[in-house]
Design a protein. Structure first.
Length: 433
């Protein structure tokens, strides 16, 4: 097959655009976080961290994969504005109701915890308002950004994100130098950032959407979206908290020093963030637009490539851990093997997330998905708790690796079943025609 030079150039531009845009986004987030930590008082930062944790958890619970399912449904039809409009409107319908319920629950929750944290009536209401405002406008971004991804318009996507982020950090700097910076103000600026980003995404995709008439029934689209969302609800809730298990275990069975070492090693795992983000920004949109006859070969190529990357990166860290330990500084130079375990776990999770992105983009979320996703992991937790020494850092990391392997096998099973089912359906359709 002759080399398609134009296609190679297009892919190269897309990848370079992603690396530059995502890299700039990560740097901006790092700088913003550093400034907030240093400019807020300890008490104010504690309030900020608590509210952000509440916001992050609530975001998972009101999202539940609604926007992620859009890519699968409009992938091959994203240029048909009428079909796009129907699915976007159906998603907004479901999302608005989730946000309403979440907003009411949060209002009661903030009211109840206000006395404990000595928040006055005005303060707790402002905190609630900042959270619900951020959630509402984040839902706009989550709903409209898939269209930019499918259109490969990363330039606009990152321009919106970076400009809103720069606006936020600029306002934070002004408030600091005026001596009025506080946790509620930082959180309100975060809501404003979400507003600018959400509004920008909505305006940039307006020409791609043809809104359906008010009297047009969207029951079919809602049912299709829910068919991919509801089976994932238990998994979404479970894995929202599963990531904290290693810290929890070592805090119970280990020592304070172990917690510090685990936290330090975990920071190095952030090296995979820019690669992990590619699953939702590059991989899922790509697979959603493939014809059924192309999916198996492309999935095999991507999965094998990610496995090779996982093996190569783990081997590199095992053979040459010194540069990574140097970044951590003194006191962590003895953690060579533990560093290898952390990076190996992160690499395995990267492969799992790649396969999960393919499953999402091809609608491989079946009614029994959560059983296969959660059941083996829970069983592995019980076995690990009974057999492993969780009082040591290496024991906890072995435990994490076992969970990562089980998760990998579970997602591999779902992906394999989905690929086989799609192949059979494609053959049947071909025979019928």
């Amino acid at each position: 097959m002759p080399l398609n030079w134009d296609r190679c150039v297009s892919i190269g531009r897309l990848v370079v655009g992603y690396i530059v845009g995502q890299g700039a986004t990560q740097v901006l987030q790092l700088v913003t976080g550093f400034l907030i930590i240093n400019w807020l008082t300890k008490d104010a930062y504690a309030t900020f961290a608590l509210v952000i944790a509440i916001q992050s958890t609530t975001s998972v619970l009101v999202e539940l994969g609604l926007s992620q399912s859009l890519i699968a449904f409009i992938g091959q039809k994203y240029q048909d504005s009428k079909i796009v409009g129907r699915y976007i409107t159906a998603c907004r319908y479901l999302r608005d109701r989730m946000l309403f319920v979440g907003g009411v629950v949060l209002l009661v929750f903030f009211y109840c915890i206000a006395p404990k944290y000595e928040w006055s009536g005005g303060v707790w209401f402002v905190l609630w308002f900042s959270v619900i405002g951020a959630l509402v406008f984040q839902s706009w971004s989550a709903t409209y950004n898939p269209l930019l991804l499918l259109d490969k318009n990363l330039k606009v996507l990152y321009a919106i994100g970076l400009s809103s982020g720069v606006l936020r950090v600029g306002l934070i700097a002004v408030a600091y130098f005026w001596g009025v910076l506080s946790a509620p103000l930082v959180l309100l600026y975060g809501a404003l950032q979400a507003c600018v980003a959400g509004w920008g995404a909505r305006e940039q995709t307006r020409s791609m959407i043809c809104e359906p008439a008010d009297d047009l029934s969207l029951r079919t689209e809602r049912k299709e979206i829910l068919s991919q969302v509801l089976p994932r609800v238990p998994s979404s809730i479970f894995f929202a908290f599963e990531g904290q298990i290693t810290i929890f275990l070592i805090s119970i069975f280990g020592t304070t020093n172990g917690i510090a070492e685990l936290g330090a090693l975990g920071r190095l795992a952030m090296l995979f963030v820019i690669i992990r983000k590619a699953n939702s920004i590059l991989v899922a949109p790509y697979f959603s637009k493939l014809a059924s006859c192309e999916v198996f070969s492309k999935a095999a190529l991507f999965v094998c490539g990610s496995l090779l990357f996982a093996l190569a990166s783990s081997a590199f860290v095992y053979c040459l851990p010194e540069p990574f330990l140097w970044v951590l500084g003194d006191g962590y130079q003895h953690l060579k093997f533990e560093l290898f375990l952390v990076m190996a776990v992160s690499a395995l999770n990267l492969v799992s997330m790649l396969m999960f992105s393919i499953c999402l983009s091809r609608k491989y979320i079946f009614p029994w998905y959560s059983i296969v996703d959660i059941g083996p992991v829970c069983l592995a937790m019980v076995i690990g708790y009974m057999l492993m020494d969780l009082g040591t850092l290496s024991g906890v990391l072995y435990f994490s690796m076992m969970l990562a392997l089980v998760k990998l096998l579970s997602v591999f099973f779902v992906l394999g079943y989905g690929l086989r089912r799609e192949q059979v359906s494609a053959v049947d359709c071909g025979a019928a025609t």
